[in-house]
Design a protein around this ligand. Structure first.
Ligand code: GLA
Length: 673
């Protein structure tokens, strides 16, 4: 919501994906009645309706959608109207078999599901723009339509296609990037293994091959795939803008479960409203941390409030075992998204399907109907969101920035690294977790972001950094900030070439250290740590032979080939301080280190001495601040606060009670915020 095209809805949006085409029309009447009962004020329609909307090429049947939009409008429910381009109809592929995708192994994929198209297919692009234009022309002035929902989760199933059409598009993208083949050969280091290219037509996608492919080739492929999908989004958006200059456009990101596919930093500025989908993983024992992390990431990309376009009331259908939510968990999830900046809460989906691939996915209205716990929870959540209407538009000011970069992630997780065990998201989450527990507000930033408003910048994992990003982070510390960098960062430049002269390449000077050899640890291997760390401190995953060149050792290895050598260092760099964590400390040790780093940087938590399991987040608006307190621990809490608790409407006289497993939101006078 960073541009002039804003979502014109009062309060917090509430709803879900609505697929009435899957049901007889008499069911629609019950749907809108129940939507009103639950306080639903916006639903996303038409997401997968292409086959019904355009039964034959160029012939549109709008009659059903006309009736759906009219019914919603009569009932005061706004429509987030989707272009149905994530699911082209069978007739399209019969006419354009060349638009079907080809996987890395050269296997052609069939239609019969969704997103079964090649992102570079001209026939697909033409067909998608035709249906988007037709929708724009027909519904731009429809009173129910408040937003365009373009496509659905770009790249979810077809982030990459390796066909010849994609190869041509890749070459065009590379020509734009490099201009000539000499520059490409240089960037890709093609003197290695005789990979030199003499003709553009020799350049192909990184298809399955016998040995390790070229790292820069793979990295550019990732960049290309993200840009190719983005160009589909902007093409549809531009067609819709021609039809309606002021209706905002969104597309739903999926930052926590397909983060490998798209560089959302490049996408976010192209959206009028940034929206995200979030699903819990059944195997994650601390999924509340994932909710918070993804919320902070999306808020940071949006530069303020955003919309939760999808989450689930209960189980999903696409994990090996699909866990239902615990009592109160759905409410905690939804209100945690609001705490982290969501101005709208929606679900996949309104009514549970009885047929099709997602018949076992939960919904707002379950198979059991309204005599169900989920329905009662949905109605209660609607009331909660109604009580929080005034929170809309407020946001969070953080003193800590965490660097998050898709290029670094893509490069880190390529084959042939010193360790194949490094996972970008796990490394970031390791560092985010103690901050979450301490109630420290966090923004995510790109390496070259304006850092002037932060006291502390954390760089858990930044294997690849370009020169501008490296200079920016270094300058932040030198000008007085506190910088903390994780191992194997700064190692390569924007072309994935190793930065010579010792690790961690780009950050050697600011950190006051130099490493000549890496000693990654095997799965299950542990090193003890000594020094200013808790009793029994240990580390896993990584170690390296660090030589101090200005820094002091805060912790050292207690055993192994590097015994006595520095494992954690601290360097007074210019007017600031730069920390290096050259290994992966155990969670308690990392917690202790980050607690010290946060305190030394002068960063204040939202609340001091937060009880275990209680999440505390503050959103600040023009007239008031809103303190969200969410009890994930199950014991409840009493917290000092002044103001009105919005969910109960009660004045809190110095202390607010958070019920066990419950939530409190206190409107605080601004001078306390
Ligand atoms: C994604 C999609 C939805 C649905 C859900 C199921 O988020 O956008 O259409 O498939 O997953 O969890």
């Amino acid at each position: 919501m960073t541009t002039a095209r804003r979502l014109r809805l009062p309060g917090i949006a509430y709803g879900g994906d609505y697929n009435p085409e899957q049901w007889p029309e008499e069911v629609w009447i019950e749907d809108v009645r129940l939507m009103r009962e639950a306080g639903v004020n916006m639903v996303s329609v038409n997401i997968f309706s292409w086959a019904l909307l355009e039964p034959r090429e160029g012939e549109f049947d709008f009659s059903r959608l006309d009736r759906i939009l009219a019914l919603l409008h009569e009932n005061g429910i706004a429509a987030d109207l989707a272009t149905p381009t994530a699911a082209p109809p069978a007739w399209f592929f019969r006419k354009h078999p060349e638009a079907l995708p080809v996987d890395k192994d050269g296997r052609g994929l069939s239609y019969g599901s969704r997103q079964t198209f090649c992102p570079s297919s001209p026939a697909y692009r033409e067909a998608a723009l035709r249906v988007a234009r037709a929708l724009g022309e027909r519904y731009a002035d429809h009173p129910a339509v408040v937003m365009w929902h373009i496509h659905n989760e770009y790249g979810c199933h077809n982030a990459e296609c390796y066909c010849d059409t994609s190869a041509e598009a890749f070459r065009r993208w590379l020509r734009d990037r490099y201009g000539d083949l000499a520059a490409l050969n240089d960037a890709w280091g093609t003197t290695f293994w005789s990979q030199w290219y003499y003709d553009w037509d020799e350049v192909i996608p990184p298809r399955a091959t016998g040995a390790v492919p070229n790292p820069t080739h793979q990295l550019d492929w990732r960049r290309f795939c993200s840009d190719e999908q983005l160009s589909l989004y902007t093409a549809e958006r531009d067609v819709l803008r021609e039809a309606s200059a002021d209706i905002p456009a969104t597309t739903n990101f999926m930052v926590n479960f397909s983060i490998e596919a798209l560089d959302y930093w490049r996408w976010a500025p192209e959206l009028d409203v940034v929206s995200n989908d979030h699903y819990l993983r059944s195997t994650d024992p601390e999924s509340q941390i994932d909710v918070a992390l993804s919320g902070d990431l999306v808020r940071s990309m949006a530069g303020g409030p955003w919309l939760l376009m999808e989450h689930s009331t209960g189980a999903v259908n696409w994990q090996p075992v699909n866990r239902a939510k615990d009592p109160g968990e759905m409410r905690r999830n939804a209100l945690a998204h609001v705490a982290h900046g969501a101005d709208g809460i929606a679900f996949f989906q309104w009514r549970a399907a009885k047929a099709g691939a997602e018949q076992w996915h939960s919904a707002m209205l379950p198979h059991a109907g309204t005599d169900s716990q989920i329905w009662r929870d949905v109605v209660r959540l609607g009331a909660d969101l109604g009580a929080l209407a005034e929170v809309r538009g407020s946001t969070t000011a953080a003193q800590v920035a965490v660097v998050w970069d898709w290029n670094a992630r893509w490069a880190l997780e390529q084959p042939s690294q010193p360790s194949g065990e490094l996972r970008f998201v796990d490394l970031v989450r390791d560092w985010y977790r103690p901050l979450w527990h301490a109630g420290v507000a966090v923004d995510f930033v790109q390496p070259d972001a304006d850092l002037s408003s932060y006291r502390l910048v954390l760089v858990p994992s930044l294997y690849l950094v370009d020169d501008a990003g490296a200079a920016n982070l270094t300058g932040f510390a030198e000008r007085g900030g506190t910088l903390a960098v994780g191992f194997h960062s700064g190692a390569v430049d924007a072309n994935c070439h190793v930065r010579l002269g010792g690790y961690p390449g780009a950050f050697r000077d600011v950190l006051g250290v130099s490493t000549d050899e890496l000693f990654p640890l095997l799965p299950g291997e542990t090193r003890h740590l000594t020094g200013a760390v808790p009793e029994g401190a240990s580390a896993t995953l990584w170690s390296e032979r660090v030589r101090l060149s200005g820094a002091e050792a805060v912790a050292a290895y207690g055993d192994g080939p590097l015994a006595g050598g520095p494992a954690v260092t601290r360097h007074a760099s210019g007017a600031g301080t730069a920390w290096y964590l050259a290994t992966r400390p155990d969670p308690a040790t990392l917690d202790a280190l980050l607690t010290r780093i946060v305190e030394e940087a002068g960063v204040q938590p939202v609340l001091a001495g937060l009880p275990t399991g209680l999440e505390a987040v503050r959103r600040t608006g023009a007239d008031a601040a809103y303190l969200f307190l969410i009890d994930h621990g199950g014991s409840g809490a009493e917290v000092p606060a002044e103001g009105v608790e919005l969910l109960t409407g009660k004045d809190v006289g110095g202390w607010v009670t958070v019920p066990p497993g419950g939530v409190a939101v206190v409107r605080e006078p601004l001078d306390q915020g």
